[in-house]
Design a protein around this ligand. Structure first.
Ligand code: PAF
Length: 285
């Protein structure tokens, strides 16, 4: 696996591969990789001639009081996982390589879409995500890019950005990967104490309960969200940021629980903010 630290190296290698007739898949990550990321690489490996992963904790998507400094990092462990899953190149840039000190250009969707769900408490988050993903797309120029369904709002926003900015890139969504007991895999799970780790199961329990209710034919988002909220509130270490049902494409509140509605939540377990979701009528429902 090639380790590239500069934009120039990645651009040149990806262009070479494309000239040779390979399709190129991009898996953008912030590192501290787990089986969820591995599933993205596996999917990319199955669809593309060459697989590029990026490993970059992107400062522009963190708010002033968020966990940028504390965000877990282990590049050697990341390389081992990427190699094992057949990644061809990892792009591991410094902050200085990605952003000039006076950088002032951002990519932002100017609608209510990024203000919903996570955007309510993370107002600059999706602007940072769109900016860095846009830069990665320009550097690698992939044919396909792979994102996890766990970050459902991010996925919907990237799809819209790709459509509206005419990137000729196919976005491939990959299912949520869970621990054996149900907890969605996340780099932030590492922040949890053993007691919090146990309490965090309340998110997946709420997801499974919501899936059952939706599958039973319940059509009222209010009733579904009330049931999920009550379940989460019964856990003393949990504090709800949001539990919402929205249209899976626009992220605007859903009036009815029809197929394609996204039911998503963000819940603090102690100081750690975790997210989880399901899609009504989705593959895992
Ligand atoms: O999902 C993530 O890990 C990040 O938001 C992404 C897409 C790599 C952009 O920094």
């Amino acid at each position: 696996m090639i380790v590239a630290k500069t934009v120039q190296e990645v651009r040149a290698q990806a262009a070479r591969w494309k000239r040779e007739g390979h399709t190129v898949g991009l898996v953008p990550t912030m590192g501290y990789l787990h089986e969820g990321h591995a599933s993205l690489v596996d999917k990319a490996r199955s669809m593309c001639g060459k697989v590029v992963a990026s490993d970059f904790v992107n400062p522009t998507q963190f708010g002033p009081n968020e966990d940028l400094e504390a965000y877990p990092r282990d590049f050697d462990q990341d390389c081992a996982l990427l190699e094992e899953h057949g990644c061809d190149l990892v792009f591991y840039p410094s902050v200085e390589e990605m952003y000039a000190p006076d950088a002032a250009t951002y990519v932002e969707i100017l609608s209510d879409m990024p203000k919903q769900l996570c955007g309510r408490t993370r107002p600059i988050h999706f602007r940072g995500v769109c900016t860095v993903v846009s830069k990665l797309f320009n550097i690698v120029q992939p044919d396909f890019a792979f994102f996890g369904q766990k970050d459902a709002q991010q996925l919907a926003i990237i799809r819209r950005m790709v459509r509206e900015l005419s990137y000729g890139i196919e976005i491939v969504a990959c299912p949520i990967v869970r621990e054996a007991d149900g907890l969605a895999k996340s780099s932030r799970n590492t922040y949890l104490s053993p007691e919090e780790r146990q309490a965090a199961l309340v998110l997946s329990r709420a997801v499974f309960r919501g899936q059952e209710l939706a599958a039973s034919g319940l059509r009222s988002p209010r009733e579904l969200l009330d049931a999920m909220t009550a379940l989460i509130q019964a856990e003393p270490l949990a504090r709800i940021d949001y539990v919402s049902a929205v249209d899976g494409v626009t992220m605007m509140p859903a009036q009815e629980l029809r197929e394609g509605v996204l039911v998503a939540m963000a819940v603090y377990i102690g100081k750690t903010r975790l997210i989880d979701n399901f899609i009504v009528g989705g593959a895992d429902a």
